[in-house]
Ligand binder design. Sequence first.
Ligand code: ARG
Length: 468
Amino acid sequence: MKLWGGRFTKPTNQLVEEYTASIRFDKKLATYDVQGSLAHVRMLKKCGIVTDTEADMIVDGLQTVAAKIETGEAELNEAHEDIHMNVEKLLIDEIGSVGGKLHTGRSRNDQVALDMRLYLRDIVLELIQLLTAVQQSLYKQAESNMDTILPGYTHLQRAQPVLFAHHMLAYVFMFQRDIERLADSLKRINKMPLGAGALAGTTFPIDREYVAQELHFDSICENSLDAVSDRDFVVEFLSDASIIAMHLSRLCEEMVQWSSAEFNFIELDDAFCTGSSMMPQKKNPDVAELVRGKTGRVYGHLNGMLTMLKGLPLAYNKDMQEDKEGMFDTAETLRGALSLFAPMIETMAVKKVSMYEAVRQDFSNATDLADYLTGKGMAFRDSHEAVGNIVLYCIHHNKYLLDLSLDEFRSFSEVIEADIFEALSPEMVVNARQAPGGTAVQSVRKQLEKAADLLKENHAWYQRKSKQ
Ligand code: ARG
């Protein structure tokens, strides 16, 4: 007999039962569902809606049910559709009809909204911790590569040399924004929907604030219709996740390129690469490729969720049961990627010499030659033109700027003097960019300090939140 079987005269069609059930995936919410039910029944007791004895029986029963679900002793059944009704059914099997009092003043609609919020609250915290670990590994690479110079690119053409530390720190700051976005989303996730009932609230004299406190929510959802219809906190999570996936994917792409023979800038540790079943020489950056590839499914879940919600009238609609799998899959996808990323970056070997050679074999000091001429009084536009001509000359003569003789330089402009050779050296070119945020050692050192502070703050924030 179904928990809602009263108004039905026929059993549910088998295919309908299978099609509408969500227990297959929402069993992931079991602990949160029980947590919510415990707070709810404690509130019913406090408000005198159930007796102390009834409440105590329900609390004990719920704890037994939770333990049995955990060990696999309790059978979750598709006939009971979802995690909420499975738990309730198991409770009634455990303690008898008094278990039926648990659902007083509550609906699955506010219950599922609660479970989703409890789940996401944990996930957001976990992801912030994992992101901090990734930042930490990037930070370490930055710290040990304060004198490693590589070509910086625009349009994937060598542009201007930068410190490898500068490049690593760029990602530290990206992931910091991701962390801040996630932390900020907690403000909206951490509101308590229970008490909204099916849509209009409840006739029982409940205490929603009490439930909110029991479950460590900041406040209650103000409007019952909104409380059961709102999934924008899930959309927000998926969009934050999409941005994280996008950032990861860009770093993956660089790792794939850098570890190719064409670039030869890094070598990923053997433990983080795989081989080919046919080509014995191969060592492939599979993890980086797979993380890059999985970005697609995260974006897909965001799109699916937005599309599912679009056009739904208030309040609950069964469509909304589709809110879970994408959310779970996104959390797992990011958990997997971030867990691998921290050790993969930390163990990556940086090929300093090879990066430096690349810098010597390009025109990435051309802007500095133009700046040099401008410093000698030429208008920048004219300097730009002159250096363009010098580069063209070099290309025709199979040379780079530093291969030119002083006479060759001076054939283009009389203002060029012997100090040009130092001015165009990679170290000088890098260290000339001292304005805040630039790639000069001194500026990157400031970024490192800032990053260290952020990492400390992130750790402290996580410690504080995870104790709440
Ligand atoms: N399994 C449902 C879901 O995930 C729970 C809410 C069901 N509510 C209802 N009125 N059918 O959305």
